[in-house]
Ligand binder design. Sequence first.
Ligand SMILES: CC/C=C\C/C=C\C/C=C\C/C=C\C/C=C\C/C=C\CCC(=O)SCCNC(=O)CCNC(=O)[C@H](O)C(C)(C)COP(=O)(O)OP(=O)(O)OC[C@H]1O[C@@H](n2cnc3c(N)ncnc32)[C@H](O)[C@@H]1OP(=O)(O)O
Ligand SMILES: CCCCCCCCCCCCCCCC(=O)OC[C@@H](O)COP(=O)(O)O
Length: 415
Amino acid sequence: MGLVQWLKGQFLCQLIICYGFLVSGLLVNLLQICTLPLWPINKQLARRINCKLGYSLTSQSVALLEWWSGTEVTFYTDPADYQFYGKENAIIVLNHNFEIDFLCGWAFCDRFGVLGASKCLAKKELSYLPVIGWMWYFLEMVFIKRKWEEDKRSFVQSLQNLRDYPENFWFLLHCEGTRFTEEKHQISMEVAEKKGLPKLKHHLLPRTKGFWVAVQNLRGTVAAVYCCTLNFRNNETPTLLGVINGKKYHPDLYIRRIPLESVPEDEAECSSWLHKLYQEKDQFQEDYSHTGYFPGPIVTPLRGPWALINWIGWTCLLLYPLYLLLVQLVLSGSILTILATVAFCSAGPGTGPRRQVGTRGGPCPTAPPKRPGLPPAPGHRGRYRRTGGGTVLIIYHLVERRDQAFPPRAPGKVT
Ligand SMILES: CC/C=C\C/C=C\C/C=C\C/C=C\C/C=C\C/C=C\CCC(=O)SCCNC(=O)CCNC(=O)[C@H](O)C(C)(C)COP(=O)(O)OP(=O)(O)OC[C@H]1O[C@@H](n2cnc3c(N)ncnc32)[C@H](O)[C@@H]1OP(=O)(O)O
Ligand SMILES: CCCCCCCCCCCCCCCC(=O)OC[C@@H](O)COP(=O)(O)O
């Protein structure tokens, strides 16, 4: 494992990433609150400013995915459709099978310059997420409780509000309404059987009302439905923690552009249309599971530098005060304070499965079987690496050098 990969696994690095995201997010929220007086005067300008602020935060996670973990989404689509992406409003229908499908969605948005303005139909609980949830209010995200009788008024009103949105946006819909699990799949297929619908192998049965209401209320504003089917090579199970640890994943995304005119206006016909779309998506996934790729050519939209530049900018801005603090700390000469810092930096949670760090020398319950005469198995990292011990060594040398530069004071003598 190279030095860079090892650094990415260090608790201190992950702490800095999360610190940067949270503090920058709070600053973005503060700036968004400052745009409130502008809304009654110039709503469109307030919206454009909020799109930029939203981009400044959301794009950090795209930078984390694409630059930190090195994950590159491979796009499969008809080149004839490519010209429309980013130049029109669209409803995105995406399967909801993976923990980071939203991240891949954001990366797709960023490639076509619609990341700051894009929205989704999200469960109300997400609006309470610190920073992200608060930001989404200012981006006019559509939140629902997933109870139609309680949702219908606010849902329709939220969609109507988007009809005069000044920026091109994509509206993400996970029509299944929840993340795929085997248990939910079983229940869902029982409903499919009752309804006389074909069973799906890789998807939950879609809830169709939300899609129909979105299409009806965005007709004339949205030009097309983008049927997006996402999967990961080699049966990878991607996680956000893996991305933060710098683990590279291999997502494949198949996009089909369907003009909105071809979506029926009648609710029952629209429902049948969506069920048929999911049956097609299910077949794409089935073929993918055998071939390892989606139909159609691969397109490679340019990965712009702005997500990375934005992330580096925030990191430098927010790390500078910490850097000054650290310098003061080291110069303070207080060994106790320095050791407390060292202990904090190195005692971060392990990044792999929880393990007894060998305090009693006991074998790790989750460690791969020992391979006599061979180095530990690749997935198994030594005691110190796991507890950020590398961080300890770096700071220890820093302190050691300080001692050389600043010899310990003679008792009673002030230097
Ligand atoms: C690659 C992607 C590219 C680009 C991405 C683009 C944009 C992304 C960028 C930015 C977006 C910003 C942020 C995104 C990031 C993070 C957020 C990501 C994810 C969060 C998303 C979520 O929170 S998912 C949960 C919320 N969404 C939904 O719930 C949508 C699906 N639900 C609906 O649409 C529902 O219709 C409803 C909630 C609107 C109303 O539901 P309700 O159940 O009340 O009514 P329905 O008629 O729909 O359902 C009743 C019928 O369903 C049948 N039924 C009962 N049980 C089941 C079952 N288990 N499975 C299926 N169906 C069932 C029941 O029989 C009823 O049938 P009837 O025939 O009798 O009506
Ligand atoms: C530098 C960046 C550092 C860290 C980046 C962190 C980015 C955090 C963004 C959090 C956005 C949360 C999106 C969650 C999407 C999701 O998957 O929600 C679940 C719902 O669909 C369905 O819920 P359920 O019914 O429970 O399956």
